[in-house]
Design a binder for this molecule. Structure first.
Ligand code: HEM
Length: 138
């Protein structure tokens, strides 16, 4: 009987700990931080002659709002992503692996400037990594 009580207690503690774990969206700092992240990224792109040419005909206001939505959505925040698929939006740009790495490095730099915890940075990058194949060489 005592064993059952112990098991129930362990289960409760485990369940409560899991429930209390903040979402990635919360760890990143929510809407305010994600907006700052995207705005910081736009400034880095603007000042990077190695990749800025890809954006010469881009509607930057749309890009900004879709990227905010997307980062909110993939970090389990309260948003739906309403933009194009990664394959659709990157086809025709011939984005290379080096271009991809540059953009990711800018993202890391901005997250660091915003004091986003390393665990949350790594988790966001892990969720973005599978998009590589849809973004590059199309
Ligand atoms: C995981 C990495 C990336 C993510 C999550 C991402 C996300 C997005 C999003 C959400 C859009 C807007 C889609 C829409 O308008 O509906 C977009 C568009 C765009 N992305 Fe990316 N992107 C990534 C990597 C890159 C890289 C590495 C480059 C080039 C260096 C790039 C260049 C562009 C350009 C030029 C557009 C605008 C296309 C247009 O003008 O229609 N992206 N991206």
């Amino acid at each position: 009987m005592r064993l059952i009580y112990v098991c129930v207690l362990v289960w409760l503690v485990t369940a409560c700990t899991a429930a209390a774990k903040p979402s990635l969206y919360q760890q990143l700092g929510g809407e305010v931080a994600i907006t700052k992240l995207v705005d910081g990224l736009l400034v880095k792109i603007e000042h990077d002659p190695r990749i800025v040419h890809h954006f010469k005909d881009t509607d930057i206001a749309r890009f900004r709002s879709k990227l905010i939505e997307q980062l909110c959505h993939i970090s389990d925040g309260p948003c739906q992503y309403t933009g194009s698929t990664m394959q659709e939006s990157h086809t025709g740009f011939q984005i290379t692996a080096a271009d991809f790495d540059r953009l990711v490095q800018h993202l890391i730099d901005v997250m660091t400037e915003l004091h986003i915890p390393l665990d949350a940075q790594n988790e966001l990058l892990a969720r973005l990594a599978p998009m590589y194949k849809d973004v590059t060489y199309r």
